[in-house]
Design a protein around this ligand. Structure first.
Ligand code: OOG
Ligand code: MG
Length: 279
């Protein structure tokens, strides 16, 4: 860090890179940042700048952007986290777990799981293009699982903090793609399971009334931020239910008509579950 930059001399650029470094380090070490964050209240623009700086650090480590995610597109999520604005985060290949793959619980702080609807974007999209038609660019629809893991102690944050923390994005899993003409996303059941046990239930209507309604929101937000969606990008539309603490073992999300997507939470082998009461 710039030793000459004292508290008063700290420029917004310094703050943005400092926030990105702290949150990135918290994620890499699976050690949360205290709620008394060592930076002043961020504005939303600075928070998105911090998110970009955080993603730039991941790109420097060799990860590649694979899409965007929306957060707080359902009442259930907004109520659970006490916020009332849709936000956008960025996905990298380093966050993707193959369908049926394992999730190393020891690499996460206090993970939660969400059932999602995912869109595959078939053409290059510049979200700042005033004529952009994102719905027309969709070539696939899938059920998704998102693992979120706030880098803040106690999973507590305000809107700028969660934006800077890349909207708590940690991992995601995609089920098989379906052609958009073959699927009906209008008020269909969404079920989250741990093994055979249902741990959350909702419907696609919980996502802004219909998951496709998230697209204009993404264009508005992403356009302002200068974000792009190259052909082949994924968009996560946001959870249809509250997020649930990720249990060890098999977890799945089923969206009627899209099928089921699965992953398996694997506890820390060096610290078997039960030894300290688990996570
Ligand atoms: C932020 C992420 C929200 C969703 O689907 O609404 C999100 C959080 O709740 O920590 O991914
Ligand atoms: Mg989500």
């Amino acid at each position: 860090m710039n030793a000459a930059a004292g508290r008063d001399g700290t420029t917004p650029v310094d703050v943005v890179s400092q926030v990105a470094r702290l949150l990135d380090t918290a994620q890499q070490n699976a050690i949360p940042v205290g709620t008394e964050t060592p930076w002043p209240q961020l504005g939303l623009d600075e928070a998105y700048a911090s998110q970009s700086a955080l993603i730039a650090r991941r790109h420097e480590r060799g990860e590649h952007g694979v899409g965007l995610k929306l957060g707080f597109t359902s009442e259930a999520k907004m109520r659970q986290m006490g916020v009332d604005e849709v936000i956008v985060g960025q996905l990298t290949d380093g966050m993707q777990v193959p369908d049926g793959g394992t999730i190393d619980l020891a690499s996460l702080i206090h993970p939660r799981v969400e059932p999602e609807v995912a869109f595959l974007i078939g053409t290059d999209i510049d979200l700042a293009d005033p004529d952009v038609d994102l719905a027309a660019a969709i070539t696939g629809v899938a059920a998704g699982l998102e693992i979120i893991d706030s880098r803040y102690d106690g999973f507590r944050f305000d809107l700028p903090r969660v934006v800077a923390d890349n909207t708590s994005a940690a991992m995601f899993v995609l089920g098989p793609w379906h052609s958009p003409d073959e699927v009906d996303l209008d008020d269909v059941p969404v079920t989250l399971r741990s093994g055979d046990e249902v741990i959350a239930e909702g419907t696609t209507a919980a996502i802004l009334g219909h998951p496709l309604r998230t697209l204009p929101r993404l264009v508005a937000l992403g356009g302002r931020l200068g974000l792009r969606l190259p052909a082949g990008s994924v968009v996560l539309a946001g959870a249809a239910t509250e997020a649930v603490a990720l249990p060890p073992g098999p977890v799945s999300a089923e969206v009627a008509g899209l099928g089921t997507v699965r992953a398996v939470g694997v506890p820390d082998r060096a610290r078997p579950l039960g030894e300290d009461g688990g996570r």
